[in-house]
Design a binder for this molecule. Structure first.
Ligand SMILES: *[C@@H]1O[C@H](CO)[C@@H](O)[C@H](O)[C@H]1NC(C)=O
Length: 510
């Protein structure tokens, strides 16, 4: 079945369920006791509310239908592709820095490869010296470990060598004379790898994390000075000075300058990249070169020491995993969750722009940049690989994050519906913020196709569903129904129990 047909079937099915529910609701109302206008209003309101609930039902059915289909990720050789693993951090305490470096160190050694470099792009203010200090400690550790492994390789003690590194690093030197390898080549090799464990400090805060990797891409392409988001007529005081350096000058900045990496693996400070995952993602990228974003599965990382809340989050996310994968297949397009492999050339071409032709598609004040990027770039779901991250620690940290995300969705809606939501909300902002308000404009407006806008607005719809459910319950006061509890019982069944069928029937997949 073609992707177009799957899309039509999915949305057709959803509309059909919606109409069915309108009819059933109309039948359920006791028209003899209910005034006509009130009854019609109820049917109309309920149809809207149930429409959003029925989205979940349509998704669940779609997941059940495609569950048997194996959705393979094509892989190709990727010998001529390069990648930079990009950890992003804004540290407030030493502990943040130490934890991020530990993850970065594991990612680096577990994915050691001639075509992969690793960089921490930091927006930290006060602890910069400490970040460099910790980097140097890890560099010394990496150097020692690689020296030991290289010596084991020379002595043919393969049991002491990590199998991934044996294949990707050491075996490339198998043809050499081992005693000259140890004395002449090995220190250079270890030194060269060690240098690719980097830390650079970004100067501007513009666009926050999204700006951190945008500037990294521009540095890698050959720009040390900023030319994006510098236009005061568009961005007012939020703009950065034209030709401000992107990063604090350092040997690491020079090491990335003009390396022209093909891909950037964007990560957060708490993302874990399991051994060999980066090269596997590069192989998938090589097999799907037309895609600008390769989105691996994101799995929650919990162990026995973690809180009950974290385990519950993991459970919730496990239930969602088959849904994400099935919907990416049905729609032929994946979301982007802020941690993924990005093709630099396509990203610069479509999202950032060049000095002569600026694009700046991500609005300067938007928080949910990933929704924007996924909407304008072709993205591919690589569900056979995964990155790991820690779930929120407890209900409070969950709530802080949720609030930030929802705020992001609201800001996003200013740009997606500039007349309907943007204008009135900007006026409200100007009225409440007074002098602090900065009027910002967008350089390039993005036109979204049907499927992209459906995906771009999915978090927004979910955000609205909660208050809508409340309205739905309130509306039932004073209305005469034949079966008064039936509608709410059905809805609760459909949103709480029915989606779990995916999990029960599809079984747990890791
Ligand atoms: C990868 O990057 C190199 C260096 O910039 C470039 O020559 C090559 O064409 C790129 N490969 C692909 C497939 O984009």
């Amino acid at each position: 079945m073609s992707c177009r047909r799957r899309v039509v079937l999915f949305f057709g099915g959803w509309i059909f369920l919606g109409l069915l529910s309108v009819a059933l609701n109309a039948i359920n109302i006791d028209w003899q006791k209910t005034p006509l206008w009130q009854g019609i209003l109820l049917v109309v309101v309920i149809a809207t509310l149930q429409g959003s609930v029925l989205e979940l039902v349509a998704i669940t059915i779609a997941t059940l239908l495609v569950r048997k289909r194996k959705i393979p990720n094509r892989r190709e050789v990727c010998d001529n592709l390069t990648l930079i693993m990009n950890y992003n951090l804004l540290a407030l305490a030493k502990k943040d820095i130490e934890e991020t470096y530990q993850r970065m160190y594991e990612a680096f050694l577990g994915n050691l490869h001639p075509s992969i470099a690793t960089v921490l792009v930091s927006a930290t203010n006060d602890l910069r010296q400490y970040e460099l200090h910790v980097r140097d400690n890890y560099r010394a550790k990496i150097y020692d470990e690689l020296m030991k492994e290289g010596e084991a390789f020379a002595a043919s003690e393969y049991r002491d060598i990590d199998p991934f590194r044996l294949d990707n690093v050491w075996n490339k030197f198998a043809h050499l004379n081992m005693s000259t390898f140890v004395t002449e080549r090995l220190p250079q090799i270890c030194e060269a790898y060690t240098k690719d464990f980097m830390c650079i400090h970004r100067i501007s805060r513009v666009l926050r994390k999204c700006g951190q990797y945008q500037d990294l891409m521009l540095l890698s392409e050959g720009d040390k000075l900023g030319y994006t988001y510098t236009d005061q007529t568009l961005y007012g005081s939020k703009a950065r000075p034209y030709n401000q350096p992107l990063f604090v000058d350092s040997p690491d900045v020079d090491n990335i300058f003009r390396r022209r990496f093909n891909y950037t693996l964007v990560l957060d400070g708490d993302t874990r990249v399991p051994p060999s995952t980066a090269i596997d993602l590069l192989a998938i990228a090589s097999g799907n070169p037309e895609y600008a974003i390769i989105q691996p599965a994101i799995i929650m990382d919990v162990d026995d020491k973690d809180t009950i809340f974290m385990h519950l989050e993991k459970l919730r996310q496990d239930i969602n995993a088959p849904v994400t994968s099935a919907m990416a297949y049905v729609l032929g397009h994946s979301g982007y969750y802020g941690k993924a492999l990005i093709k630099n050339s396509a990203y610069i071409h479509n999202v950032i722009g060049t000095r002569d032709h600026l694009i700046e598609r991500v609005p300067i004040d938007v928080l949910s940049h990933d929704t924007f990027e996924a909407a304008v770039l072709k993205s591919y779901y690589a569900g056979s690989t995964a990155l790991y991250e820690a779930p929120p620690f407890n209900y409070i940290t969950w709530n802080i994050r949720e609030r930030r995300w929802n705020k992001g969705e609201v800001l996003l809606s200013f740009y997606f519906w500039p007349l309907l939501i943007g204008k009135p909300m900007r006026a409200l902002q100007a009225a409440t913020q007074g002098k602090k308000f900065v009027k910002t404009k967008l350089r390039t407006r993005s036109k979204l196709d049907f499927v992209s806008s459906y995906q771009a607005h999915s978090a927004y719809r979910q955000m609205w569903m909660k208050p809508l459910l409340l309205v739905f319950m309130i509306l039932h006061i004073n209305i005469h129904l034949h079966y008064s509890y039936l509608p709410i019982a059905i809805i609760m069944f459909l949103i709480i129990i029915f989606p779990k069928f995916d999990e029960i029937i599809c079984g747990r997949r890791s």
